[in-house]
Ligand binder design. Structure first.
Ligand code: NA7
Length: 290
């Protein structure tokens, strides 16, 4: 093995995790991967990754382990199941890119530290699949500065900006603030595009037309035209957006913050999921107006 190579583990090769793990492979890291659905590991293996048989085996082989999983239930399962990461030995750092909210992040940090002598960094991301592929994600990190410093070189391969926001959970809280803007923009954008259609203008042109004005946003740039076309390519699941809105609502309740706009967005997104759109791309949200 070349001396300048470092070894890390990556668990969760979904829409985000796969391109993130590939950035590490491209950046001179030896990456061991594990994914619940084994067939989804083939692209990572083609990029040079190794395969572990279980999360605990992966953790035995690596002192830094990245997670990118659906939700807190998935993270808990991968960490604490019988052959989970916590049983892979002490002294390692878990960097969790999943969006799970601050309460779960703090709980996992405490449990890992007190029962397993494992350190935890919450490190949710923004920038989508395109940011993951190009290594331009923004990472909101929560945890100890020394742990974030240790993993910063690897994070820099996935991210243009690694921001240490505070103690455990602070990365998650920042990500949920980000999602307040992102989710409300998605919902409002669908409404706006439908109004354009019903008003007789070409909705697919609207994102480009608005690009130089105050209405522009990264969401409008990346998803506006696709939403207008009902482009069904999957870049992020609507059910995952619903999960983020539920986490925002929980944080609002916990902090006595009124979030009426998010409340509306949450219920509309829930309606979309109830109408069978949960496993569709988030752009398909516009179909509730069709
Ligand atoms: P995806 O593409 O739905 O990927 C989710 C990943 O989580 C995928 O690897 C899943 O494995 C894995 N997963 C889900 N539940 C479990 C359990 N119980 N055990 C093990 N692995 C599990 O989501 P994204 O990549 O878009 O997003 C990931 C996170 O980043 C999410 O928190 C977003 O909000 C931000 P599978 O392949 O289904 O077997």
């Amino acid at each position: 093995m070349p001396k300048d190579k470092r070894e890390v583990g990556f668990v969760g090769l979904g829409l985000m995790g796969l391109p993130m793990s590939r950035r590490l492979c491209l950046g001179n890291y030896i990456v061991t991967v594990w994914n619940r659905t084994k067939t989804k590991t083939s692209q990572a293996l083609a990029a040079g990754a190794n395969l572990a048989d279980s999360p605990s085996e992966l953790a035995q082989r690596n002192s830094i382990v990245f997670l990118c999983l659906t939700d807190a239930e998935a993270v808990e399962d991968v960490l604490f199941r019988k052959d989970g990461i916590a049983n892979g030995g002490p002294g390692k750092i878990i960097v969790d890119h999943s969006t799970i909210g601050p309460t779960a992040a703090k709980e996992f940090a405490t449990r890992l530290h007190e029962k397993h002598d494992i350190r935890y960094v919450d490190a949710p991301v923004t920038g989508g699949v395109i940011g993951a592929t190009e290594g331009t994600l923004t990472i909101f990190a929560g945890g100890h500065a020394s742990d974030i410093q240790t993993v910063r070189p690897a994070l820099s391969l996935m991210s243009g900006r690694v921001l240490h926001m505070g103690g455990h959970g602070a990365g998650q809280t920042t990500k949920l603030c980000n999602q307040v803007m992102v989710m409300n923009t998605f919902v409002t954008m669908a409404e706006m595009l439908k109004l354009a259609e019903n008003g007789g203008v070409d909705a697919t042109q609207i994102p480009k037309i608005l690009a130089d004005g105050f209405a522009n946003s990264r969401v409008l740039e990346l998803f506006g035209e696709r939403m207008a076309r009902r482009d069904s390519e999957i870049t992020g699941l609507l059910a995952v957006a619903q999960k983020d809105l539920d986490l925002i609502q929980a944080l609002g309740k916990e902090t006595s913050t009124a979030l009426p706009m998010c409340g509306t967005a949450t219920e509309l997104m829930r309606l979309a999921v109830a109408n069978g759109l949960g496993n569709s791309d988030i752009t398909q949200f516009i179909k509730i107006y069709d």
